[in-house]
Design a protein around this ligand. Structure first.
Ligand SMILES: C[S@@+](CC[C@H](N)C(=O)[O-])C[C@H]1O[C@@H](n2cnc3c(N)ncnc32)[C@H](O)[C@@H]1O
Length: 369
């Protein structure tokens, strides 16, 4: 079963789709966290032949990529790899892995173009053919990457736990998995799971959002924090009939491989309450503020009340030195997670945004932002 799904997805992205225009559904990201115009600029500088084959569903480039080792799971024609390679700079290293040889070939064809465009004396990006479930067979080192990104790939993989475990093993302690993917609020029916096109378009393999938390917890990641989410509108009648009342969204999450194991939110010893955090404002392009997730923004120099659970995540992450922490007077009288109960339903987040009149429209551009 798993092998036939992989073969079907290979055929879909290797043969059936020639460009983004051939996709049968519009999956795209909400612009709310694109406070970083420099990311949009880097994306707009990617060669148009590469961007034409961009099939992603979100914006998955986190802050502080300069000089970092970065891996892109399911890199396709390489759009995100090239954009992040510009931001990583000549001291950074970017690796894209994809199981489709033709996609890897397209990406390889444009390495020199981007190297010259970004003014690097040697390439800082490479592409390898391989499976995201088995990164070590593809020659990727354990504990090596500061950041792993991925754009609309895990939903195409039959074994999500294998993918997230493989990513965990090649992440450095403190490193971050920052990825955009499709999620559902239901468990998929056999009709949906058996449909090739629904697999190719990402619906059949979309994780129930709660399962992401379960898998992450089992592997040892920090609690997945929701960075952004937007609804996916089902337009085609045949899809609507097969998918029924199921809802789908695209969401970007960040999960860390903690430096030391973190207490889980559902663990009775998990410390509730809040502490104070001050952002130093030293991250390039983020001198004024740091958006941790869709609810927590830290302004430079401003002491901000943060749930202890998130403080533990920050302290155990690659960002720890970017903040000053004051947890001595932890106010444990507040709710155990200060309203952040660690299991945040992205569909509720979308619903609340709609109810409060915020725009949740999709962005359909493929070049820039
Ligand atoms: C929806 S496309 C996204 C490509 C790219 N991330 C982008 O944003 O343009 C999914 C890609 O993931 C790759 N992929 C899917 N499952 C994979 C697996 N198990 N191992 C490696 N690559 C995989 C496909 O070959 C395809 O190129």
């Amino acid at each position: 079963m798993a092998d036939s799904i992989l073969e079907n997805v290979k055929e879909y992205y290797g043969t059936v789709l020639k460009s983004r225009d051939d996709l049968k559904s519009q999956v795209c990201y909400k612009k709310d966290l694109i406070d970083n115009k420099y990311v949009c600029k880097a994306i707009s500088e990617v060669h148009s032949d590469v961007s034409a084959k961009y099939y992603g569903c979100g914006l998955c480039i986190p802050p502080r990529v300069n000089g970092a080792n970065i891996l892109d799971l399911g890199s396709g024609s390489g759009r995100d790899c090239f954009a992040v390679s510009k931001l990583a700079g000549i001291d950074g290293k970017v690796v894209g892995i994809d199981m489709i040889g033709d996609q890897v070939d397209v990406a390889n064809t444009y390495i020199q173009y981007h190297q010259e465009k970004f003014g690097f004396d040697k390439p800082n990006v490479k592409f390898v053919e391989g499976y995201v479930e088995d990164l070590q067979s593809a020659g990727l080192e354990k504990d090596y990457f500061d950041i792993i990104i991925s754009n609309c790939v895990v939903n195409l993989c039959p074994d999500k736990e294998a993918v997230l475990s493989a990513a965990f093993s090649v992440l450095k302690p403190g490193g971050e998995l920052y990825f955009s993917d499709m999620y559902t609020d239901t468990h998929q029916s056999d009709i949906v799971k058996g449909n090739k096109t629904l697999w190719g378009e990402g619906f059949a393999g979309s994780l129930h959002w709660k399962q992401l938390h379960e898998i992450a917890n089992k592997i040892g990641y920090s609690t997945p924090c929701l960075v952004s989410c937007s609804p996916i509108k089902i337009v085609r009648e045949d899809f609507k009939q097969m998918l029924g009342d199921a809802k789908y969204c695209s969401a970007t999450y960040r999960l860390f491989k903690p430096l030391t194991p973190l207490p889980r939110a559902d663990d009775p010893t998990c410390q509730g309450g809040v502490g104070l955090v001050t952002y130093k404002g030293e991250i390039l392009h983020h001198e004024d503020l740091f958006n941790f997730d869709h609810v927590l923004t830290l302004l430079k120099g401003v002491e901000t009340s943060v749930p202890i659970e998130k403080i533990n995540i920050l302290l155990s992450s690659r960002y720890a030195e970017e903040f000053e922490f004051n947890v001595d007077n932890n106010d444990v009288s507040s709710d155990s997670c200060n309203g952040w109960n660690c299991l945040e339903n992205p569909f509720d987040v979308i619903k609340k945004k709609v109810e409060s009149g915020q725009q949740v429209k999709c962005c359909q551009k493929t070049k820039g932002c």
